[in-house]
Design a protein around this ligand. Sequence first.
Ligand SMILES: C[S@@+](CC[C@H](N)C(=O)[O-])C[C@H]1O[C@@H](n2cnc3c(N)ncnc32)[C@H](O)[C@@H]1O
Length: 189
Amino acid sequence: MSDLEQYAKEHQVPIMMDGGLKFLLEKLKENQCLSFLELGTAIARTSIEVAKLDSRMKVVTIERNPDMIVQAKKNIEESGLSDQITLIEGDALEVDVDGMFDCIFIDAAKAQYRRFFDKYCIHLNENGIIVSDNMNFHGLVEHPELSRNRNTRQLVRKIHDYHTYLAELSNYETAFYDYGDGVAITRRK
Ligand SMILES: C[S@@+](CC[C@H](N)C(=O)[O-])C[C@H]1O[C@@H](n2cnc3c(N)ncnc32)[C@H](O)[C@@H]1O
């Protein structure tokens, strides 16, 4: 287990599951992505792994939680990849981002996925991919009856609605995978 994984486990920071991360990195290589926008940095574990893929890779990542920002900055600095990774501090629904990206990775507040998609899809390069994590939400999307409380039930419903929203978009196509916690890959038709 890497130091960042160990830290995430000890401090209960929700980072992308290993299966999902491996799948994401493979998709980035397969699609020859060299620019990556991430919504929800946490401790910058995925940003760092993505930047490591290729020295030409440019990563922009957005985080709003001050504690995460401190840790992410430290980890990016220590990774020696500061030239490739730009951390934007603030709410992804409020900040302005410049430029176009080969991959946009949605991994921030689950209830807001549709709003993230609608805001950021204009930043997607023509052949780019939008990757959404936690589409299965620990199996609860398929089995909502197992949700223990009202908040979780609402969240699960939101993810389910986002699933339907992606599947029904007329100008995009989406494939859903069971890697990690469930990953959706969306591209223009
Ligand atoms: C699941 S974690 C991100 C994990 C990270 N992408 C990784 O793979 O290691 C979600 C993060 O999104 C952040 N977040 C949630 N809503 C956000 C928003 N609207 N804007 C920016 N960050 C947000 C949370 O503070 C949290 O650190």
